[in-house]
Structures are given as structure tokens and as C-alpha cells.
Write a protein that binds this ligand. Structure first.
Ligand code: NAP
Length: 249
């Protein structure tokens, strides 16, 4: 067993995959989840759940008696608050940090790529009548105003905290999804616009495929820029090697 302790900021399938490989290799890795979803898929190995309490809380966690020597931030590409805190806390505590970010989807010239959820909401309101909204529970409040009178199908993992317009249909479900399932869903609801963020990965790709097939308008919220000053990889093998090479000195 390695003496080097690794904190893996997770909440993604890739983080779970990395945790499994590291545990297998005998690395002392603890996965951290935000505790946002009611029934999270748990990674292999030790898990802690809940926020750290900002940068100061994370700094205290890193240097505590059961502190950490390395941090891998494998949170979702849009989980920018956690990534920023990791950069600040690891910098202040001199703990090596690697950001693993799942690659984005290969862009299509058909997509309307926008920089913010607000732009996505305005565009979807203009370009469609029956949007399929798959931006995540935490972003829904940005869409309720502009899409108040649209027949929105909003799909989320857990129900949102905000009240949704009466014209909307809420669907709670969790991927991975299949092209057959997505086809049946958008047909049943007559969706004419797909709104998504560039989450990347294969779990939620089938909706992109089906939207393309059906000639739906596709509005994609682009990823924010990575935090400056952090080493980033899009390759899970590279992330694994980064950790293992630092635990076997
Ligand atoms: P966020 O806005 O970046 O983070 C907000 C706060 O939540 C952080 O400051 C931190 O609280 C806590 N937090 C986030 N990730 C954490 C983690 N892995 N371990 C412990 N605390 C964490 O994040 P978010 O967008 O709410 O996402 C929360 C989690 O859900 C992430 O782990 C992410 O990987 C996963 N997720 C996000 C999305 C998305 O679209 N945003 C989609 C799928 C999964 P403190 O300041 O108290 O430490």
C-alpha cells in the first residue's frame, strides 16, 4: 500500500473509473463527492461526501492529520467552483494538482454554440416551440423566464428546487441513454430544439445523434476556460500514470 494519500475530486463516471484503477493498483485514494444527487453512484474505495467549506476548508482538509499529498480534480467540465477552489487550495498548500477533463464532443457545424446558459435560453426561445432541455437541475432557473410559454421537456437526475412553468414537462432519469430511447422520447414530445452543455462523453451522446438525424436545432453551451495555472489532461491513462508515478518514489 502506498504511503502517499490521494484526494480524487469526483462526481463523474471517469472519476469512478480512475478510482477503481487506482484502488486496484494499491494507491491510497479517497474519492470526494459534492452530495448533490440523492443516490450517487459510489466509486470503489474510501469516499467522503459534501463540500469542504470553500478554499479555506479544502486547505484545512489537505493539511489535516489525515491530509493529502496529491489531488486529482476529475469533476464535471462545468463544475467550475470546485476546480477554482482546488487550484487555490493546492497552490496555497503546495500540493500537486492535476485536472482531468473529459474531452468535449467533436463540434458540428450544425450546432449553435453559445457561451452562457442565458444565451442558450434566448436562442432556444427564438428558434423552437418544444425544446428538450438537458442542462442539469442547477441551471433550470436560467431558462424558466425565457422559455415560460414553450412546451419544454426538461430532463434532470433529481427534481429541481425551482418552480417550473405549467407548460413544462419534467422528466427525472439518469443516463446512460440509447439512441432508440432518445428517438422515442423526442418523437413522443415533438421536440424541435435540443439544449445541452458540451458535457462530452458517451453517456449522453445519443441525444446529439438523434437530434442530428431528425434535423432538430441544437444549442450547445460551450465549456468555460480551464482554470489558469493548472496542469490539464483529457486522457484518463495519463491521469492514472500521473498519480502512480508520484506514489512509487
Ligand atoms: P461546483 O459549482 O463546481 O461546486 C460548488 C461547490 O460544491 C464547491 O465549491 C464545493 O463546495 C462543492 N463540491 C463540488 N464538487 C465537489 C466534490 N467533488 N467534492 C466535494 N465538494 C464538492 O460544482 P457543481 O457544478 O455543483 O457540481 C457538483 C458535483 O457534481 C461535481 O463533483 C461534479 O463533478 C458533479 N457534476 C456536475 C455537473 C454539472 O453540470 N455541473 C454534471 C454532472 C456531475 P465547498 O466550497 O463547500 O467545498
Amino acid at each position: 500500500m502506498s504511503a502517499v494519500r490521494v484526494l480524487l475530486l469526483g462526481g463523474t463516471g471517469e472519476a469512478r473509473a480512475l478510482a477503481a484503477r487506482l484502488v486496484d493498483a494499491g494507491v491510497d485514494v479517497t474519492s470526494s463527492l459534492a452530495g448533490r444527487v440523492a443516490r450517487p453512484r459510489l466509486p470503489v474505495g474510501p469516499v467522503r461526501i459534501g463540500g469542504f467549506g470553500g478554499v479555506d476548508g479544502l486547505r484545512a482538509t489537505l493539511r489535516g492529520d489525515d491530509g493529502y499529498d496529491l489531488v486529482v480534480d476529475a469533476t464535471h467540465p462545468f463544475a467550475r467552483g470546485m476546480s477554482a477552489n482546488a487550484v487555490a487550495a493546492c497552490g496555497a498548500e503546495d500540493v500537486p494538482l492535476l485536472r482531468y477533463e473529459r474531452p468535449g464532443w467533436p463540434p458540428s457545424p450544425r450546432w449553435h454554440v453559445v457561451g452562457t446558459h442565458e444565451e442558450a435560453a434566448a436562442l432556444a426561445a427564438r428558434l423552437g416551440r418544444r425544446p428538450f432541455l438537458t442542462v442539469g437541475r442547477q441551471e433550470l432557473a436560467r431558462f424558466t423566464g425565457p422559455l415560460r410559454d414553450h412546451a419544454v421537456l426538461a430532463r434532470v437526475v433529481d427534481p429541481p428546487d425551482v418552480d417550473l412553468p405549467t407548460a413544462w414537462t419534467l422528466l427525472t432519469s439518469r443516463g446512460p441513454y440509447t439512441p432508440e430511447g432518445e428517438r422515442a422520447l423526442v418523437e413522443a414530445h415533438g421536440c424541435d430544439v435540443l439544449v445541452t452543455k458540451d458535457s462530452g462523453g458517451s453517456f449522453t451522446w445519443p441525444k446529439m445523434q438523434v437530434a442530428d438525424e431528425r434535423g432538430m436545432v441544437v444549442v450547445v453551451v460551450a465549456r468555460p476556460e480551464p482554470e489558469p495555472g493548472v496542469q490539464v489532461t483529457h486522457d484518463l491513462d495519463e491521469a492514472y500514470d500521473w498519480v502512480v508515478s508520484r506514489t512509487r518514489r
